[in-house]
Design a protein around this ligand. Structure first.
Ligand code: NAD
Ligand code: G6P
Ligand code: MN
Ligand code: MN
Length: 434
């Protein structure tokens, strides 16, 4: 049987994962699941962990679920380690979103200035987890959902010797579902989508429906029928027909923060003025979810979890684990080293790209060149990510100032310094490198 350890087990997403393991028990027999959290999350771990136990019991699968605050005890001989933790929980996210906004900058908690600080808090913990894994489960795969998922993966490949690490996002699964919906794909149709870019800046580069290229058809449908599908955490301001027509590619919702910057900024400011930045909204959703989870009669994943941006997380995570375990060789989109898959990005950077998933890990598919209208933004964000990983190790203030300044949402040395100084102070407790 398989042993899985989930770090950040108190997350409200845990029922997603349990549902995924239950559905796939025949092909992926998870006999032991260890949910790990820390003192701060103990209360959440107990509530969600007990729901997890009820779900397994109702489904009649022999999966032993253990709850613990002792990471090392859990990691011993694990086959797969998944991560879904948030250093500083939602209070820290609220600061990531609201501090930059004071200076007229979108915080964006994954690839904006907020994401930089989320990375600075998270990377030291990831490195500690890897040190534990080197001792306790050196052959395990680490599958990391923790954001900023792409920056964390970049840090691991750049600054540690651990190879079996895969960054994961639910965005690509959602993108493919959007494409199926827009193209009205039926059960017998054969759809192939090649996705490429970096985490939270991916594009559908090549769409083939029943053997024919369908890129143009997709864009035309989006123009004719509206194009406002996006992830739950991102407001869906539509693109103009003119822009879509010439831009020519479907991008992830996060593209709006960069190419609809002004409208998105105004929206964030309006939400914040009502005490409704995304972190504040999610706090409320989470409160309601945990009230539900406490109900001892509940033994399935509640529908309300769909209000979170991480919908289809379990499809992404469990399909990936199953393909690694069963050596399936199917195509999934993950964060791994480029190795030539995207020809106009360096080989040794982490990209989010369609990969063949084998027992030896993801093998990226050659997707060719990123189109010109996308590549500049991706290169700029990648440079920001790499600089951020360096700062996560060094705690060097001047390097942090440069990383913050070159983020495409900031682009001002003076404003970057103000944001940096206030965030360093606000997050001090979680920044061991500074
Ligand atoms: P959350 O605030 O509920 O945190 C989850 C748990 O992590 C909490 O119980 C907390 O106590 C615990 N935790 C904090 N520090 C820890 C540590 N050092 N070790 C172990 N546990 C620790 O977060 P959430 O909203 O459930 O999200 C969890 C993570 O998943 C976040 O990083 C979030 O950004 C990420 N996420 C990623 C995607 C994706 O597409 N990759 C989608 C949704 C959420
Ligand atoms: C999206 C992303 C995640 C992101 C999350 C936010 O789908 O892929 O990486 O962090 O959802 O969702 P939330 O409900 O926490 O705002
Ligand atoms: Mn994501
Ligand atoms: Mn809103």
């Amino acid at each position: 049987g398989i042993k899985i350890v989930t770090i950040g087990g108190g997350s409200s997403y845990t029922p997603e994962l349990i549902e995924g393991f239950i559905k796939r028990y025949d092909e992926l027999p998870v006999r032991e699941l260890w949910l790990v959290d820390i003192e701060e999350g103990k209360h959440k771990l107990e509530i969600v962990g007990n729901l997890a136990k009820r779900m397994a019991k109702k489904a009649k699968i022999p999966m032993d679920i253990h709850l613990t605050l002792n990471r090392q005890e859990a990691l011993k001989d694990a086959d797969f380690v998944t991560t879904q933790f948030r250093v500083g929980q939602l209070d820290a996210r609220e600061k990531d979103e609201l501090i930059p906004l004071k200076y007229g900058v979108i915080g964006q908690e994954t690839n904006g200035p907020g994401g930089m600080f989320k990375a600075l808090r998270t990377i030291p913990v990831i490195f500690d987890i890897i040190k534990d894994c080197e001792k306790l489960c050196p052959n395990a795969w680490i599958i990391s959902f923790t954001n900023p998922s792409g920056i964390n993966a970049e840090a691991v490949f750049r600054h540690t010797g651990w190879k079996k690490f895969i960054g994961l996002c639910n965005g690509p699964v959602n993108m493919i579902k959007d494409i199926e919906h827009i193209l009205k794909v039926q059960e017998n149709d054969q759809l192939d989508v090649k996705i490429g870019g970096i985490n939270h800046m991916i594009f559908a580069l090549d769409i083939t429906l029943n053997g024919k290229n369908a890129n143009r058809q997709l864009i035309d449908r989006m123009i004719d029928e509206g194009n406002s599908e996006t992830l739950k955490n991102i407001v869906d301001i539509p693109w103009s027909k003119e822009f879509l027509n010439s831009f020519g590619y479907l991008g992830i919702g996060y593209l709006r923060y960069y190419l609809q910057k002004q409208q998105m900024l105004e929206h964030c400011q309006e939400d914040a003025s009502k005490g409704q930045c995304r972190a504040q909204v999610v706090k409320q959703v989470e409160k309601e979810l945990f009230e539900k989870y406490k109900d001892v009669n509940l033994d399935v994943k509640p529908k309300e979890l769909e209000k979170r941006g991480g919908a289809y997380y379990s499809d992404a995570a469990c399909n990936l684990i199953s393909s690694l375990y069963n050596d399936k060789g199917d195509i999934q989109v993950v964060d791994t080293l480029n190795q030539g898959a995207i020809s106009n990005l360096p080989d040794d950077v982490v990209v989010e790209v369609s990969c063949k998933i084998t027992k030896d890990g993801p093998i990226p598919i050659q997707v060719g060149e990123l189109p010109l209208q996308t590549v500049g933004l991706i290169q700029q964000l990648k440079a920001f990510e790499i600089l951020t990983t360096n700062v996560a190790l060094s705690g060097n203030y001047d390097d942090a100032l440069v990383a913050m300044t070159i983020n495409p949402l900031v682009q001002s040395e003076i404003i970057a310094k103000k944001i940096l100084d206030e965030m360093l102070e606000a997050h001090q407790k979680y920044l061991p490198q500074f």
